[in-house]
Design a binder for this molecule. Structure first.
Ligand code: SF4
Length: 503
């Protein structure tokens, strides 16, 4: 995987390709952001709704946690296809005026945090390609891993790439397919690429949705019943989007399945079979919202079980269980109930900082973490505290949080992590540092404990995590970032080299 650097062009691009600069809130990365994991994308699709753009907007709004760098919506009315995308949050880009420029009864939408391709408007999605098969727009969640010579082969065949994003490979494969029908072209193209993809696609009159054969990323189908017309069919990365749209959950798009929605209804075909499922378990640990159902299982239930299992595996005498908000909250509730130790919100998160904050000089070292989290001194003073978090990546943020809790008067600070140590990078759509920067790949648990200055440190076991997510090592989850066993052949050698010098 090549991580390219790019000087982005701020603004919003519309169907004419013109850039305007009135919607260009570029993110300013605060200190500490490089010590957390980022999801890459969320996708939605709407078929048969008189205001499809607004429905897509609401869906993306519910999926904002999956990517805050850029967002886009493409719509179609049976004749034309419009596409607007921009840098920033969904609500910043899609004002009422902008939504009015997106007519049609069909829409696809995308919200993005990038790792592959440049971090800029150029690679914001949906990506639109005009081909002999007509206009096609695509929105993609995940990462392809066998790009190798596909791109140069397509360029030799006359493909003109508008972006450096791997998502465009899929749509160019479709555009250059020799298959007679569009459905055959899509199925044949998806079968050629390897890696993680949950995609939604739109032509002038059809919506397509597909998941890769291993089902790395989630994608669900929902329906809004319309008493006076055809039902609206909705696709979304997470079911929490259905709640905002008042859509009922029908089912997941299956791994290796291609679903097509037309005026005549829904049809489906299995374009790949016989591949073992390896859905990303980290969706349950961290990325997905607890109010979503992912791979048929409520995330809230998994996290609660992670906390309970963690308490059983690594209990320690203490006065309080305190979550690192927000993602540690559900696991901490489970831990507290299982251990009988009181749960308290001893750290308060400020939800209004992060993206647009102008970072102070580098010498104010802990400023980024202190901006986001603040300890509740009267709860923590003199207490033995169990802190619950969902991961330790480089270790620097964890150390700041441990210091913060101790600085607020805690007598002891015990850190418990609701998943196993992260020892290998992800190549399937999660932005992880390379192995040399992952603290658990280069230090023992006791060395990490000393580094983060905790009184004790324990992680959930792999068996415990699989049990909490109702899986076993062989029935459906990717756990490669905890084991280094990748479900695909492809790995990036540079990224999996451990550190050779002291951390
Ligand atoms: S490597 Fe980890 S983060 Fe990536 S897909 Fe597998 S479980 Fe998810």
């Amino acid at each position: 995987m090549t991580r390219r650097l790019f000087q982005g062009v701020p603004g919003v691009t519309d169907t004419t390709g013109q850039l305007t600069t009135d919607h260009c809130p570029l993110p300013t990365v605060t200190e500490g952001d490089n010590d957390t994991l980022h999801e890459e994308c969320g996708v939605v699709a709407i078929h048969s709704h008189p205001d499809a753009a607004r429905q897509a907007y609401l869906g993306l709004y519910a999926l904002q946690h999956r990517g805050q760098e850029s967002a886009g919506i493409a719509t179609a009315d049976g004749q034309r296809l419009a596409n607007i995308k921009g840098m920033g949050l969904v609500s910043e880009i899609f004002t009422d005026d902008v939504l009015q420029k997106l007519p049609g009864h069909m829409a696809i939408g995308h919200t993005r945090y990038s790792t592959t391709g440049d971090s800029a408007l150029l690679n914001a999605q949906p990506i639109r390609v005009d081909s002999v098969k007509g206009l096609i727009a695509i929105a993609h969640n995940g990462n392809l891993v066998n790009l190798g010579n596909l791109r140069s082969r397509l360029e030799r065949d006359g493909a003109y790439f508008q972006t450096t994003s791997d998502s465009e490979i899929i749509v160019q494969l479709i555009a250059h397919s020799r298959a007679n029908s569009l459905v055959d072209a899509i199925a044949g193209s998806l079968a050629q690429v390897e890696g993680a993809f949950s995609i939604v696609m739109m032509t002038r009159d059809r919506i397509f949705a597909a998941r890769d054969p291993r089902g790395f990323r989630p994608l669900s189908i929902g329906r809004i019943q319309n008493p006076n017309g055809p039902d609206t069919i909705v696709f979304a990365s997470e079911t929490c989007a259905f709640d905002l749209l008042r859509a009922e959950y029908l089912r997941d798009v299956l791994p290796g399945e291609l679903v097509m929605v037309t005026e005549d209804g829904i049809t489906s075909r299995q374009y790949a079979t016989g591949v073992p499922q390896s859905s990303c378990i980290f969706e349950h640990v961290y990325f997905a919202r607890p109010d979503s159902r992912i791979y048929g299982r409520w995330v809230q239930e998994s996290r609660d079980q992670m906390g309970r299992q963690l308490a059983r595996e690594s209990g320690v005498p203490a006065d309080l269980v305190v979550p690192v908000p927000d993602s540690g909250v559900t696991a901490a509730l489970g831990y507290a109930e299982e251990s009988g130790i009181r749960f308290r919100l001893g750290l308060i998160r400020n939800h209004y900082v992060g993206r647009t904050f102008i970072e102070p000089e580098q010498r104010v070292r802990d400023f980024g973490v202190r901006l986001k989290l603040n300890p509740v001194r009267n709860l923590l003073e003199g207490k033995r505290v169990i802190l619950i978090d969902d991961s330790i990546i480089r270790g620097t943020t964890s150390r700041k949080i441990v210091r913060m809790v101790r600085g607020a008067g805690a007598k002891e600070v015990h850190l418990r992590i609701s998943c196993p140590p992260t020892i290998s990078p992800c190549f399937y759509g999660v932005d992880t540092p390379s192995k040399r920067d992952l603290i658990a790949a280069n230090k023992s648990i006791e060395e990490i404990r000393r580094f983060i200055e905790a009184d004790s440190l324990a992680y959930l076991s792999l068996e415990g995590l699989l049990k909490a997510c109702d899986g076993s090592e062989h029935n459906g989850y990717c756990t490669a970032c905890y084991t280094g066993n990748y479900p695909t052949q492809w790995v990036d050698v540079e990224d999996i080299l451990p550190a050779t010098v002291g951390f």
